[in-house]
Design a protein around this ligand. Sequence first.
Ligand code: ZN
Length: 315
Amino acid sequence: MSQQSKERPDRNSVSRRKLLLGAGAGLGVTLAGVPFLTSSASAASAKDGSWCNPAQGYFPDGGHYGAPRGGVGHAGQDVTNSVGTALYAAAAGKVIRLGEGVLTGRTGNGLVISHGGGVYTYYGHLNAFRVKLNATVSAGQRIGDMGATGNVTGPHLHFETHSGGLGDTSDPVDFLSARGVALSGGWPAIDPGAGGETVKTIQYLMTQRGYELVADGDYGSTSQAAVKKFQKEKGLVDDAQVGPKTWPVLVYTLTGGDGNHVKGLQVALNKHSAGLRVDGDFGSVTEEAVRAYQGVNRLVVDGEAGPKTWEALVG
Ligand SMILES: [Zn+2]
């Protein structure tokens, strides 16, 4: 982290301020009165790949956090799409509430995931659940279908982030942005030191690009050095952050074939519950998984893993 701070002082100080504003209450014990974060606190703000976008869609007018709702502020951010759109766990955790009206003042089918450390996410107005109460879920696992249950004017996901215990809501857009994720869609930002399935996808794609890496899901110094070289080669800022500028030149448009890029795709599909064997072969099973993913995320269903599909998959 210290190396990173030296390299990008501006970016880091911005994200730190954002964290203090966005999640200060939630992490008050560790953050209160600390102008520069300790290592444990900065870990909470890292764009470390542990968070992801819960739903593809758009922000409807008046659906923002804090919007007036009969005297109280809207507790979440609405994401609109059609009934049946896939909903994913925004991070790993445990489903601690599931059913109708599981939080005071919220209507329709909803569920709460506890992520530990006093952090919770809430998903409202579901048409269907795809997990059970007390289930342990991974980031990107499908947990339900978008719906219009409860007091709504149309189908959407009502998404909340609670960062200082259940009931202490924050703006979900800021909350996810501080963690490298654009709520409702967009390329994520993955920082050095990140870990997990999206890092594996990056490593497979880098290997296909000629920078042979072990796909261990650990964005350590070897992978960082390779990404910096790749960024330089492509005329990008070589900061090792895999963000909105790096992703589009890193991914491949895939309709078949085999190789490490296909393995990267299969890992990304598996993050969203596809259950594929990561064999690097873009056969009919993988194509079917791409089509299924496109269908439930309202993308063009053509079985081709192009930039839009990749963006949704890794976002
Ligand atoms: Zn709402």
